[in-house]
Design a protein around this ligand. Structure first.
Ligand code: GDP
Ligand code: MG
Length: 178
């Protein structure tokens, strides 16, 4: 899609969800294998590019993070446009953020052609919940996922649990969509 990258497949992944749910941390864990317990508002970061090889073919994922605009719940349409994958993130310990994912998804889908995006619902900060608490929340999350036609995952950027598997799955679906 870009001069100089001719022939190299590139897909766009956008990450949405309420402020503070852990979007930037999840990207940083996967792309840089780091975790920062201190909150730093995301400023001016547009995307990370991650290389994959799928079926022997080099493949790039452009993973877009918001630059803090989610605070105002008004992300520019250019952010969403042309996405093959939409990741809607919520904090497993904050049910309200789960309820807000539908709105985030709507906004992102509005800017794309019908049926061109794969959707994920991802519960974050799994390390902060007991197994019982997690199960209870996930029962609701799975219902949400069905309604959103999304694939559900739970992750922890802190421990790294499920992070790689999650992004490999994202890459696989992005590859199919591209
Ligand atoms: P964003 O606003 O959605 O980008 O959220 P951030 O990634 O900046 O994370 C907000 C806060 O949650 C930070 O203080 C992170 O350290 C913390 N956080 C993010 N992911 C996790 C996680 O998996 N476990 C725990 N315990 N804290 C997390
Ligand atoms: Mg952020």
């Amino acid at each position: 899609r870009h001069a100089g990258n001719f022939g190299l497949k590139m897909s766009k992944v956008v990450m949405v969800g309420d402020l503070y749910v852990g979007k930037t941390s999840l990207i940083n864990r996967f792309c840089k294998n780091v975790f920062d317990r201190d909150y730093k508002a995301t400023i001016g970061v547009d995307f990370e590019i991650e290389r994959f090889e799928i079926l022997g073919m080099p493949f790039n994922l452009q993973i877009w993070d918001t630059a803090g605009q989610e605070k105002f719940k008004c992300i520019a349409s250019a952010y969403y446009r042309g996405a093959q994958v939409i990741i809607t993130a919520f904090d497993l310990g904050d049910i309200q953020t789960m309820e807000h994912t539908k709105r985030w998804l709507q906004d992102a889908l509005k800017e794309n052609e019908p049926d061109t995006c794969s959707v994920f619902l991802v519960g974050t900060k799994k390390d902060t919940l007991s197994e019982a608490e997690c199960e209870r929340t996930e029962r609701d999350a799975l219902k949400f996922a069905v309604e959103m036609k999304a694939e559900y995952w739970s992750v922890s950027a802190k421990t790294g649990e499920n992070v790689k598997d999650f992004f490999f799955r994202v890459a696989a679906l992005a590859f199919e969509q591209s």
